[in-house]
Every structure is written in C-alpha cells, then in structure tokens.
Unconditional design. Structure first.
Length: 270
C-alpha cells in the first residue's frame, strides 16, 4: 500500500523560511558568543548615592584620612548649630593615630563609618587584598570605637563590581554621594556653600571632608546648615536615611574617580 503525503506549497515555503531563520540565528550567536552580555535579574549589590523620599531630609557626610587641625572645628560647628546627626567616614590609620578626636566624634553622637585602610584605589587590587583592606579597617575601627562599622566609603570613591560584592559579603553597605561639595578643591567659602545648597535634594547624601587639606569647610558649614534649614531640610545619619526607604544605588557602573587625597568624617542628623 503506497501512502502519499501532499504538502501545501505555501506551508512548505513557510517551514523553509523558519528553518533558515533558525540556522541564521544560531550562526550569529556562535559568531558573537564572546560579545554577548547576559543580563540577570540580580546584578549584585549596589553603591548607595541617595534615597527615594519626598521628605526634606539629607545626610551630611565627612571623610577624613589625615591631619589633626580640621576635624575638631567641624565637629564644633555641628554642635554649635545643633546638628545632632551626621556621619563621619574614618580611615583606620587616622583613627589609630587620633583616638581622642574619634572619641569627640562619638561623644557628640555622630555616626562613624569605615573609610578603609590604605588610601588607594581598591578596584586596582586583587580580591584577597580588597578583603584584607576592609577587614583590617574593620578590626581597627571596632577596637577604637567599641562598635563594628557597617557603612563603607571607599578611598577616592573608587570601586568596581568586585569591590561591591566583597564589601557586601563582609557585611558592609557601600556609600557614595549625590552632591559633591568639591570642598577639597578649596574653591572659596561662597562657592562651597552655593554648590551644596543649590544641588541638595530630599534623600541626598552630601560629600564633605575634614582632612587637613580642606581649609574652608569649617567656614562654609554654618551657612550650609542655615540655608538648608531655611529651605526646610533636617539632617540624618546615613543609616537613618537609608533605613525604611527605597535606596537609589548603582549596580552596573564601576566608579573609578579620585577626589582629593583627603577624606572626611561621616554624616549627622538633627
């Protein structure tokens, strides 16, 4: 018994086109296999630049890595102005060398975060060295302050995806900033005030410094505080700012830029 299969001409043409398209797609994927990026739902931990909120609250943060003449005047201004909450990011070697100033920051009630150990770009280090730097700073700051830090601002604001991942594995949130005062350039008191006040926004993290290379921050700070308050802003620590809010992070970007060699203490709130 002979069986004959009759294919419709249009269907046959349709099947051939589909087969050719499939072969072409496989060929393209094979040829470009080294250039294809695979996107995953979870891109890993993010560096935090700001939070999403309608409330007029922001965090003043100060980095410090060397010197002993600028930090205390800044602490004094904050206290004189009644700013009860701020965050200081301290490098480990500086903290070891200036436990008295660290104590003054703590006694004032301000939050302390880690600014790492060596003031180098972590994105240029091996995974092992990154872990060593973060852990060494963690041990030092825990001993000097009596409390283990949970916030990390990397030296020079430099990081890549590896650094974010390792910091997260070690229990840290990586904190950047959305408003850079550029006080480390010593552009003049009025310029520092204008830069901060004009760019500040709800949920903002403001970068300031308290190392000896910044010579105008303590002079600009009173006006910054007064003008922000006049606009209705209050101040919070970074931890308070990011708790219970939608964090605006950056998962994909690898930030490799270097502000000054000086760094400052972390933010405070009122």
């Amino acid at each position: 018994m002979n069986v004959f299969y009759v294919l419709n001409g249009k269907k046959l043409k349709h099947y051939l086109i589909m087969m050719l398209a499939a072969v072409f797609t496989v060929g393209v994927i094979y040829a470009e296999r080294g250039n294809i990026t695979v996107f995953k739902a979870d891109e890993g931990p993010a560096a935090i630049y700001k939070v999403d909120t309608d409330q007029k609250v922001l965090a003043l943060t100060f980095d410090i890595s060397w010197g002993e003449t600028r930090a205390e005047p800044i602490i004094d201004v904050l206290q004189q102005k009644g700013v009860k909450k701020a965050t200081f990011f301290l490098s480990a070697p500086w903290s070891e060398a200036h436990p008295d100033i660290v104590k003054k920051i703590m006694d004032a009630g301000y939050e302390i975060g880690s600014h790492g150990h060596k003031h180098d770009n972590y994105s240029q280090m091996t995974d092992e060295e990154i872990r060593k730097q973060i852990r060494t700073a963690h041990t030092v700051l825990s001993q000097v302050t009596g409390k283990a830090p949970t916030l990390l601002r990397l030296p020079n604001g430099d990081f890549d995806k590896r650094v974010l991942k390792i910091a997260n594995e070690l229990g840290y949130k990586t904190i950047q900033w959305d408003t850079d005062s550029k006080d480390w350039t010593n552009p003049g008191v009025d310029r520092i005030v204008s830069t901060v006040v004009s760019r500040a926004h709800p949920g903002d993290i403001v970068l300031l410094h308290a190392s000896d290379s910044v010579k105008q921050t303590h002079e600009a700070l009173p006006a910054i505080i007064d003008e922000l308050r006049a606009k209705g802003y209050s101040f919070a620590t970074v931890t308070e700012l990011i708790t219970g809010t939608d964090v605006k992070g950056n998962k994909a970007q690898e930030q490799q830029k270097a502000p000054p060699t000086s760094t400052a203490p972390a933010p405070s709130t009122t």
